[in-house]
Ligand binder design. Structure first.
Ligand code: UD1
Ligand code: MG
Length: 456
């Protein structure tokens, strides 16, 4: 296959975001928009990906260097237009023999298939391929001017378009593929004699046609190429992403009684046969195996949920939580960096942090793993089949042996033996008639107007 390269434009200032964070570092589905574009380039098999940033964008340059390597981050000195931005990659790609695709870092949802279709046209012989979409009018997108037989002739920016051209419903997404050498050659001929006085990348189409070269269009859906310029558009694109994942999940056999209330991340993995109830949030790094159910109002991040497990309602799984097959994590239970064994249960009001809970363990309501002394963290290990009575504090580091018992209300500071029992609480004392005597004495004092010492 011909080598592929990607040029990602990220030099725009993004002033309309009104945010101290560079625009393309804002996230969709838990991943920065820039990382989305880089991931697309990678999925398309690009040999090198160059990111074009503006000057004075140190935070963005560092983030881009982490994703593509510092040698692939180039600076566009002045924002003179999209053609000028692509031109900034000329030196970095001087040895690029193959085809290049231009992506906008603020357009995160371009599907791999759309990129494939764009490259495919060039691989089949087109000199330039533009990813276009059918759109509702009016809008400010560049218009794809085609001939009677549907061949692409030129792109006209809305600002420069005639009345007739503004009625064209085929719009430019901004994604463009071309042989790399030809792209940089044509860029030399781009002028800025247009309404905005900018160097337009879109002029490459007219320039290619001027040389009698073939220009092609690949098609995609409008929502896949929706760009982000403001916080409101960021939220809109997030909504598009969420809708796309929800659709994909349901097609793949995930049961979502109220899909519009469930929030996914770009890397959420849910197996067929899982039910996810209302108002569940999947932050990044979560996988759920078949037959499990995530009940309403749960929040999961960096967690693995095993087959048949039941999580929630109102559960919180934090990074490193690994919930075993058929385990139960109930309401107001928080699990962090802890493995919960097969069939184990923690049904109510617990904090299980930095631990290992064996198979079949029962954790009573209100159990707390005291994992932190203010300086260091320690582990709690509970052997298979153990029973932890309600309202117990297990002060780590501590181990409860297999099948061991902990009496309710205990503060456990020492290990408990296999098959042993530990009770760590004050012994109960019963005094018959005490309450009546106490009441009589206090009532008598009140009647006599005598306050006990210290009373107010
Ligand atoms: C561009 C297209 C238009 C298309 C639209 C789709 C051109 C001339 N026009 O218009 O046909 O319908 O996108 O959204 O290409 N950028 C730089 N440096 C620059 C200028 C832009 O890096 O000097 C980056 C921006 O950060 C942005 C992208 O290029 O990510 C597109 O630039 P923008 O100014 O938004 O172009 P549009 O006017 O929207
Ligand atoms: Mg734009």
């Amino acid at each position: 296959m011909t080598d592929r390269f990607a040029i990602i434009l990220a030099a725009g200032k993004g002033t309309r975001m009104k945010s101290p964070r560079p625009k393309v570092l804002h996230e969709i589905g838990g991943r920065s928009m820039l990382a989305w574009s880089v991931a697309l380039a990678k999925d398309l098999g690009c040999k090198r990906t160059v990111v074009v940033v503006g000057p004075d964008m140190p935070q963005l340059s560092v983030a881009a260097a982490k994703l593509v390597g510092a040698e692939n981050v180039v600076i566009q000195r002045e924002q003179l237009g999209t053609a000028n931005a692509v031109d900034a990659a000329r030196e970095a790609l001087k040895d690029a023999y193959g085809n290049a695709i231009v992506l906008y870092a603020d357009t995160p949802l371009v599907p791999k298939e759309a990129g494939e279709r764009s490259f495919a046209e060039v691989e089949k012989g087109a000199s330039v391929c533009v990813l276009g979409f059918k759109t509702k009018l009016p809008n400010r997108y560049g218009r794809l001017v085609t001939t009677g037989d549907g061949a692409l002739e030129a792109i006209v920016e809305a600002n420069d378009a005639s009345e007739a051209q503004l009625r064209i419903e085929l719009a430019n997404s901004g994604v463009m593929a071309a042989p790399a050498k030809l792209m940089f050659e044509l860029l030399c001929d781009v002028k800025n004699d247009n309404a905005k006085g900018e160097f337009y990348l879109t002029d490459l189409v007219g320039l290619a046609r001027g040389r009698k070269l073939k220009a092609a269009v690949a098609l995609c859906e409008e929502r896949e190429v929706q760009g982000v310029n403001s916080q409101a558009e960021l939220a809109q694109v997030e909504r598009v992403f969420q809708d796309m994942v929800r659709e994909r999940m349901m097609v793949a056999g995930v049961t979502l009684p109220a899909p519009e209330t469930v929030h996914f991340s770009y890397d959420t993995k849910i197996a067929a046969g899982v039910t996810i109830e209302q108002n569940v949030v999947f932050a990044t790094g979560v996988s759920v195996e078949g037959g499990a159910a995530i009940r309403a109002f749960s929040h999961l991040e960096g967690a693995k949920v095993g087959a048949g497990a039941l999580v929630g309602p109102y559960a919180r799984l934090r990074p490193g939580a690994v919930i075993g097959k058929d385990a139960r994590i109930g309401n107001f239970v928080e699990v962090k960096n802890a493995t919960i064994g097969e069939g184990a249960k923690a049904n109510h009001l617990s904090y299980l942090g930095d631990g290992e809970v064996g198979a079949g363990v029962n954790i009573g309501a209100g159990t707390i793993f005291c994992n932190y002394d203010g300086f260091f963290k320690y582990r709690t290990v509970i052997g298979a089949g153990a029973f932890i009575g309600s309202n117990s504090s297990l002060v780590a580091p501590v181990t409860i042996g297999d099948r061991g018992y902990v009496g309710s209300g205990s503060v456990i500071v020492e290990d408990v033996a296999v098959d042993g029992l530990a009770i760590g609480r004050g012994r109960q004392v019963n005094k018959d008639g005490w309450a009546k005597a106490f009441r009589d004495e206090k009532l008598a004092a009140k009647k006599a107007g005598k306050k006990p010492k210290g009373a107010i």
